[in-house]
Design a protein around this ligand. Structure first.
Ligand SMILES: C[S@@+](CC[C@H](N)C(=O)[O-])C[C@H]1O[C@@H](n2cnc3c(N)ncnc32)[C@H](O)[C@@H]1O
Length: 282
C-alpha cells in the first residue's frame, strides 16, 4: 500500500510557525490566532526593516535578546488610525448612544486597541461637548507600549489637522477643532485638559481578562486581524466586561454575525456597527 504524500508546507511557513512559537514560549505573546496571511506580511516587513536575512535569523534574536521583544511587538501591531475616523460612527455615538448614557451618574468607557490615541481624544472631545466628560472615566488600552507612550503625549502631525477638522465637523462637532489644540511647527498638541479623565494602560486582548465594567466599549479595526475563533473569544470578553445594556462599537468591516457570542448583543445601528449587550444573558 502506498501512502499518499501530504502537501508539505513551504520553508517560510514553517519559519513563521517557529517564530510564533518562540514569541509565545519565550515572551508570552500569542499571535497564533492572528489571520496568517497579513501576519506573515508584517513579519516579512519586519525582517527587512530590521536588516535580518530571514525569519529564522530574527527568531534567533528574539530568543536571546529580551530587549528586542518591545520593538518586535510594536512592529507587528499596525497602530494606524485617524481622529474621528469614519465620522458617521462618531455622529451615531453622539446621537444614538450619548443620550442613553446621560442617565448614569458615572460612566466607564473602554477604548481597546487605542493605537496613538486618535480615537480616544476624539471621544473625549465629543463627550465634553455633550456635557458627559466630567462624569466619565475612559480607559484607553493597547498591547503596544510604544504606541501607548505616544498616545499619552497627544501630539499629531500638523499635516493631518485639516482632515481631522473636516472629520470633526462631519462627526457633528459643535465648535471648531482648532479650539482643542495648539500648533507647534510640524505638530499639533492636543489640549492637556482632554487627558484629565483618560487612563492609558497595557491590556492584551488575547491574554488579559475582563476589564473596568464599561458602559461603552469602542474597539474598532482590531478584530479584523483575528481568526473567527479569537474574534469570538474577544467578543465574549467584551460581553462579560460590559454592564448589562452596555454598548459595543466595532469597526466598519467587523461584524457579530459569525460569532456565537454575537447572539448576546442586539443591534442599535448596524451601519455604524453599534450594538448593545442584551440584558437577558448572564
Ligand atoms: C489598526 S489599529 C486600530 C486603531 C483604532 N482603534 C482605529 O480604529 O482607528 C489596531 C490596534 O490594535 C492593537 N492590537 C492588536 N492586537 C492587540 C491585542 N491583542 N491586544 C490589544 N491591542 C491590540 C494594535 O496595537 C493597534 O494599535
Amino acid at each position: 500500500m502506498h501512502n499518499i504524500p501530504m502537501a508539505r508546507p513551504e520553508p517560510e511557513d514553517v519559519e513563521i510557525e517557529l517564530f510564533i512559537r518562540a514569541l509565545q514560549l519565550r515572551h508570552g505573546y500569542d499571535f497564533s490566532q492572528y489571520t496568517r496571511a497579513s501576519f506573515k506580511r508584517r513579519v516579512l516587513n519586519l525582517v527587512t526593516a530590521q536588516g535580518f536575512g530571514s525569519i529564522s535569523e530574527m527568531t534567533g534574536r528574539l530568543l536571546r535578546d529580551d530587549a528586542f521583544v518591545a520593538p518586535l511587538v510594536a512592529g507587528l501591531s499596525v497602530p494606524v488610525s485617524d481622529m474621528f475616523r469614519n465620522p458617521g460612527v462618531f455622529k451615531a455615538l453622539r446621537e444614538a448612544v450619548f443620550p442613553l448614557l446621560k442617565s448614569y451618574p458615572n460612566l466607564n468607557i473602554w477604548q481597546a486597541g487605542c493605537a496613538f490615541g486618535e480615537e480616544v481624544y476624539s471621544l473625549a472631545i465629543l463627550l465634553q461637548e455633550a456635557g458627559l466628560y466630567e462624569r466619565t472615566q475612559i480607559y484607553a488600552t493597547d498591547f503596544n507600549d510604544a504606541a501607548l507612550a505616544r498616545a499619552q503625549e497627544g501630539i499629531f502631525p500638523a499635516r493631518e489637522a485639516r482632515t481631522y477638522s473636516e472629520n470633526y465637523l462631519a462627526a457633528g462637532g459643535a465648535g471648531s477643532f482648532s479650539d482643542y489644540y495648539h500648533a507647534r511647527y510640524e505638530h499639533i498638541k492636543l489640549d492637556e485638559q482632554l487627558k484629565r479623565n483618560i487612563t492609558f494602560a497595557n491590556h492584551n486582548l488575547v491574554a488579559d481578562g475582563i476589564f473596568c465594567e464599561p458602559h461603552l466599549i469602542l474597539c474598532r479595526n482590531v478584530l479584523i486581524y483575528f481568526t473567527d475563533t479569537l474574534q469570538n473569544r474577544v467578543l465574549s470578553l467584551f460581553r462579560d466586561s460590559l454592564i448589562r445594556g452596555g454598548f459595543l462599537c466595532l469597526g466598519n468591516k467587523e461584524t457579530l454575525d459569525f460569532a456565537p457570542a454575537g447572539k448576546d448583543f442586539v443591534a442599535v445601528d448596524r451601519r455604524a456597527r453599534i450594538f448593545r449587550r442584551a440584558s437577558s444573558n448572564q
